[in-house]
Ligand binder design. Structure first.
Ligand code: PLP
Length: 423
């Protein structure tokens, strides 16, 4: 075990940037690590003071193919030589079409699909809701406890956690209803709901809760939910912004639940770090929107589309969904081995390499955010970048690149294990 003790965290250059930041950047834009990055390669990030970190956060799940993947850089460079942007609405280009074709053929939906592209995950979710409303002529949106769907008004209304995402930002969008997330613990019950099923346009659900704590939905309850949607002509939308692109052991997580969604939202790792998101869904549904009803100036930017096409090739060539399972198993084995001496680990859970480690106070059994933050800080000081999740902020989540090599993975896990044992 070679734990790197970095003595210089944050180093002088990072400190100087932090000081400039505090004078110029909105303080509402939080930060997880107090170091500033100069370079990224594979699963490693180097800061401005030349400290090297193993990245188990991957830009909150945007870097499944790793930092600076040569194929993505090549695709971007090729596009940059030709043009940067034209706006698909004004002067369209082939890469948008190619990506729509490719994603429509890969989506786990067995009838013809179409796609539309946007910039952020929130924008994709918001557009999926617009499309569902247009198709069904209904207004209601059904979401779940602990859900995270974004920061725009509509997606903030769909998001569960009050602080920091909603605090002081109301009033929220109406016609958003919520049920307990259908995991192994919660009941999925449609009696005595505060909504009329005939008014619900769509259900929007993360197959594994992301920000909500890396909790997978129960397969049987997802099947039940889908049945309820079919009985009531409600569209089923899988929000795969965080679960997407190989992270859970399949290209889309929903594949593992044995149900076919009507639409899927994608973002994050789709374009190897460039801002791109999309809605993929049954053609009849996607085409229910009138011409001009969806779009946006930068939606489906050509550089991002070329990057996404390269990402999809890399996913297949490097068998990244399979790697996700190997990474997840390696992590589970190591964490399970320390549970007997760390009673503050409540459980390790997740799908593929989307793993959450829940930390509690071993005396009270309550969520322990303070200990979780100490583990995070200790890991950072030893060269590991991680992020946390969960409504109580007490879940360590792993979003490392799926291209991470075995030695780097083990070194990162060593640092994590050491930080958990020590705190
Ligand atoms: C499941 C899910 N949906 C939507 C979003 C919003 O994506 P973005 O931050 O790109 O707007 C996120 C972001 O974390 C997410 O995890």
């Amino acid at each position: 075990m070679s734990i790197k003790i970095l003595t210089n965290i944050p180093g002088p250059k990072s400190l100087e940037l932090a000081s400039r930041r505090s004078n110029s950047v909105a303080q509402g834009h939080g930060t997880v690590c107090n170091i500033y990055i100069a370079k990224g390669e594979g699963a490693l990030l180097t800061d401005v003071d030349n400290n090297i970190f193993i990245d188990f956060a991957g830009g909150i799940g945007t870097m499944n193919i790793g930092h600076s993947h040569p194929k993505v850089i090549h695709a971007i460079n090729n596009q940059v030589k030709n043009y940067l942007h034209t706006c698909f609405t004004v002067a369209p280009y082939e890469s948008y079409i190619k990506l729509a074709e490719k994603l429509s053929s890969l989506a786990p939906i067995n009838i013809p699909c179409k796609a539309a592209f946007f910039n952020s995950g929130a924008e994709a979710v918001e557009n999926a809701v617009k499309i569902a409303r247009s198709y069904t002529n209904r207004m209601g949106v059904l979401v779940f406890s602990d859900a995270y769907h974004g920061r725009t008004l509509m997606t903030m209304s769909m998001t569960y956690k009050e602080d920091p995402y909603k605090k002081g930002f109301g009033p929220f969008s109406p016609e958003v209803y919520r049920l307990p997330y259908p995991n192994n613990q919660n009941e999925l019950n449609f009696d005595n709901t505060d909504f009329d099923a005939k008014n619900i346009a769509c259900v929007v659900i993360e197959p594994v809760l992301g920000e909500g704590g890396f909790i997978p939905a129960s397969k049987t309850k997802m099947i039940e939910l889908k049945r309820y949607c079919e009985e009531n002509q409600i569209l089923f939308i899988a929000d795969e912004v965080q679960t997407g692109f190989g992270r859970t052991g399949s290209l889309f997580a929903i594949e593992q639940f044995g149900i076919e969604p009507d639409m899927i939202t994608v973002a994050k790792s789709i374009a190897g770090g460039l801002p791109l998101s999309g809605v993929i869904g049954k053609s009849e549904i996607i085409d229910s929107v009138h011409i001009g009803g969806i779009g946006g100036t930068y939606s489906g930017n050509p550089v991002a589309c070329e990057a996404a096409l390269a990402v999809l090739e890399i996913m297949a060539e490097e068998q990244l969904p399979k790697n996700a399972n190997i990474i997840g198993e390696t992590l589970r084995t190591r964490i399970n081995s320390i549970i007997p001496k760390c009673p503050w680990i409540k459980e390790i859970r997740g799908m593929g390499a989307m793993i959450g480690i829940e930390i509690i106070n071993d005396k009270t059994g309550e969520p322990d955010k303070e200990r979780t933050n100490k583990i995070h800080q200790k890991a950072l000081e030893n060269g590991l970048i991680m992020i946390t999740a969960g409504t109580f902020g007490n879940v360590i989540r792993t979003l490392m690149p799926l291209t991470i090599d075995k030695d780097t993975l083990h070194e990162g896990i060593d640092i994590l294990v050491n930080a958990i044992i020590d705190h």
